[in-house]
Design a protein around this ligand. Structure first.
Ligand SMILES: Cc1cc2nc3c(=O)[nH]c(=O)nc-3n(C[C@H](O)[C@H](O)[C@H](O)COP(=O)(O)O)c2cc1C
Length: 361
């Protein structure tokens, strides 16, 4: 019997959760915190996204330590009112039938270059002229992994539906995974088994801090945009190891970039030939593991999205820039399947106060 084609409005499962559709909102920095604290602007952003129909919403990257932020406008998870603030967001998201994951991060070499912030990375590096990050010691790594665990516990206390470890885009974990910056000669450097150790330890800390029923995911680079890069077989190894440990979902993106901005992990998408920029890697991973793989980047048309869902084993796609421009895109596509209005100009990276489309219209 011929199988019914998969629609982007079909539900799918992550761990014990049922996600109402296959349109995930990929983590998107909010530019909206008040020295790490959630603001009303951020709460309203999630109201718009949840009302707009995304099945699963992943927050922007939130710091596991107040000293591990790229700037004061990044939310951090350790301040006193964090759990209450997140409860307010989660309630709004749930009222609209969506679910919320919080993305957790340590910004590594991208940590703010100001007093009071961590000045450590995978290896000693002068990242900006006259500003050197020191090699993280095993004690630093332990402290950071524990902070991920504590942050996840706070997200769970707030009623969030899951968390995502940010393993990509040049932040701390990505720089360990990739040979480009990882020059360590200890148990965290060298072969991929060692380079991925920090990610495994972070995952284990999180899993110990929350129970088995709380979904944990990771956003992982299939390859870097520099050489030497993490290799596809290494990425498959890392994902299989995480699956053995009990991870519930993997979102596949790209990794390190030297361009300083986001054009490598948020490239231009002019026409259908550029849609689904990292789909090939996601599809390969989806054949290698048994847990849901979410493919991010460059999804702009329902036809292409449904082609990806039907022709590969990826469980869902995730979108960032199109939802900056049209937070209700998931609902809009139910009646109007024309292309997302986003022109991927990347001016949203220049947002101030709250993430918003800055395209010249
Ligand atoms: C303004 C902006 C902020 C972003 N912030 C994050 C973030 O906090 N965490 C993350 O994992 N990815 C972040 N990304 C990357 C997106 O989640 C996504 O991987 C990328 O933009 C490609 O998807 P798209 O073509 O749907 O935009 C950001 C991208 C943009 C444009």
């Amino acid at each position: 019997m011929k199988q019914k084609p998969i629609s982007m409005y079909d539900s799918f499962e992550i761990g014990n959760l049922m996600i109402k559709n296959r349109l995930v909102r990929s983590a998107t920095f909010e530019f909206g915190a008040d020295d790490g604290v959630v603001t009303q602007r951020i709460i309203e952003l999630y109201r718009q996204l949840a009302e707009g129909g995304s099945g699963l919403i992943i927050t922007g990257m939130y710091a596991v330590l107040s000293s591990a932020r790229s700037s004061p406008v990044m939310v951090e998870t350790t301040y006193d009112g964090y759990v209450d603030d997140m409860k307010r967001i989660v309630d709004i998201v749930h009222e609209n039938g969506s679910l919320l994951f919080v993305q957790l991060n340590h910004t590594g070499y991208k940590t703010a270059k100001s007093p009071g912030y961590d000045r450590i990375g995978v290896s000693e590096q002068e990242i900006a002229e006259g500003y050197t990050y020191l090699e993280a010691t095993p004690d630093d790594i332990k402290r950071i992994a524990e902070a991920f665990g504590k942050a996840a516990k706070r997200c769970k206390e707030a009623g969030c539906d899951g968390v995502q470890i940010h393993g990509s885009h040049g932040y701390l974990i990505n720089t360990f995974l990739s040979p480009y910056y990882n020059q360590r000669t200890d148990a965290y450097g060298g072969p991929i088994e060692n380079r991925a150790r920090i990610l495994f330890e972070i995952y284990d800390e999180i899993r110990n801090a929350v129970d088995n029923n709380f979904p944990v995911s990771v956003k992982i680079p299939f390859s870097d945009r520099v050489s030497p890069s993490i290799m596809p077989d290494e990425c498959v190894y890392v994902c299989r190891e995480l699956e053995k440990r009990g991870i519930d979902m993997i979102e596949v993106t790209s990794g390190l970039t030297m361009d300083g901005g986001g054009s490598s992990f948020s490239p231009f998408v002019k026409d259908e030939s550029q849609e689904g920029s990292f789909l090939a890697g996601a599809a390969q991973l989806a054949n290698a593991v048994g847990i849901p793989i979410v493919s991010v980047c460059g999804y702009r048309t329902p036809d292409f999205i449904e082609k990806a869902l039907n022709e590969t084993a990826v469980a869902a796609v995730s979108l960032c820039r199109p939802l900056v421009r049209e937070p209700a895109l998931s609902n809009r596509w139910k009646s109007d399947r024309t292309k997302a209005a986003c022109i991927s100009c990347n001016r949203c990276f220049m947002s101030k106060g709250i993430i918003a489309c800055q395209a010249e219209k």
